[in-house]
Ligand binder design. Structure first.
Ligand SMILES: C[S@@+](CC[C@H](N)C(=O)[O-])C[C@H]1O[C@@H](n2cnc3c(N)ncnc32)[C@H](O)[C@@H]1O
Ligand SMILES: [Zn+2]
Length: 352
């Protein structure tokens, strides 16, 4: 472990010296996250080891400063913090994940600053979090003071919406989506870390809501992802998931054949194709049943890119996902109006 740590430090600071900048902001960010984060490999708590400025050299305000350090667990695993963002990817990520990650990296790099993502602006995203898409029990007042995990937060479109609703939220994604979208890294109510939903860097029973929208079907093991969500929810808390539904054979066959080609195209060629196919969003029903009447051409191209780029994409049924929830010990299952969506609750701890 020490060798791993030393090697990383040398790589991060090629001049060989420790950075002559302080990590005050990073310490604050970590303090706000410390009760949530866990080692993704052994689930032990993490501690921060960040270099300090030499006495007298501290500068309180330096927006360009490097905020960096290491997160260490008692089990001997080490993870870097780069640009104030903990990088908590377990090395055991399935071999196909780097490919999925690269497809989404390109998506957020090129489309992350659009006003509407998946056809929704900020107001529409907020509405989705307080209406029947979240089941019967989660409405606006529910969020105040709650802790939310946005697993596979993508470009971070829901992070701001959760924070606006009064929740404290942490986003986890394989890639850098929130950075491309300009999500801040120094807000104690809204944070993001790099991690894998199949090995969440989050403590057991630590969040009130584990929210996972449009992610598990891009992983090699959606059921394991669901079990991870159930693990991190507190007693009395909820898991929300939405996955792509299994469709009729014709649509499955046509989309499957198209994706066999598009998922192998180089990034630039695929983007050109997505712009060319953007009008498809006017008459091909999206999996989420979203309509795009006001979306710009580029906003529609983002939606098409999301269909055509990631190599992994599985399709599911309500019964299958309900089975995962029951097996994970969740109760009060609510099948949501847009398939395949489910909210399920962890039973509260009964008083001793
Ligand atoms: C279709 S986007 C959805 C993003 C976001 N949940 C939303 O609703 O806008 C899927 C996201 O899942 C992320 N993702 C895919 N596999 C993942 C994994 N194993 N762990 C964490 N994130 C993953 C991708 O990087 C991508 O940003
Ligand atoms: Zn560990």
């Amino acid at each position: 472990m020490l060798a791993e740590y030393t090697r990383w430090f040398r790589g991060a600071f090629p001049t060989g010296g420790r950075p002559d900048r302080h990590n005050g902001r990073l310490r604050r960010v970590f303090r706000a996250l410390t009760d949530l984060l866990a080692c993704p490999r052994c689930r032990a708590p993490l501690r921060l080891d960040a270099p300090a400025l030499p006495p007298g050299a501290a500068r309180a305000e330096d927006p360009g400063r490097i905020e960096t350090g290491m997160l260490l667990c008692a089990g001997g695993h080490a993870f870097p913090v780069v640009g104030s963002v903990p990088r908590l990817l377990a090395s055991a990520v399935a071999p196909v994940a780097p490919d999925v990650r690269a497809a989404f990296e390109r998506q957020w790099r090129h489309f992350g600053r659009l006003r509407r993502i998946f056809g929704k602006d900020r107001a529409a995203m907020r509405r989705n979090l307080v209406n029947e898409r979240m089941g019967a029990r989660i409405r606006e007042p529910w969020y105040r003071g709650r802790t939310v995990l946005d697993a596979g937060c993508g470009h971070g479109r829901y992070l701001r919406a959760f924070a606006d609703l009064g929740a404290r939220v942490v986003g986890v994604d394989l890639g850098e989506g929130p950075a491309y979208a300009g999500v801040p890294t120094d807000d104690s109510r809204l944070q993001w870390v790099q991690g894998d939903v199949l090995a969440l860097p989050i403590r057991d029973a630590s969040v009130d809501l584990a929210f996972c929208d449009g992610v598990l079907h891009h992983t090699p093991d959606p059921r394991r992802g669901f079990e991870e969500l159930a693990r991190v929810v507190k007693p009395g808390g909820a898991v929300y998931v939405w996955l792509y539904p299994k469709e009729g054979w014709l649509r499955e066959a046509v989309f499957g054949a198209a994706r066999a080609v598009t998922t192998r195209l180089p990034g630039a060629a695929l983007r050109v194709l997505c712009f060319a196919l953007a009008p498809l969003t006017a008459f091909v029903r999206s999996y989420s049943r979203t309509r795009f009447p006001r979306a710009t051409w580029a906003e529609c191209a983002q939606v098409v890119h999301d269909w055509l780029a990631p190599r992994l994409q599985s399709h599911h049924t309500d019964a299958e996902v309900a089975g995962w929830a029951t097996a994970a010990g969740l109760v009060d299952l609510e099948v949501l109006p847009v398939p395949v969506g489910l909210v399920a609750w962890k039973p509260p701890v009964s008083p001793a």
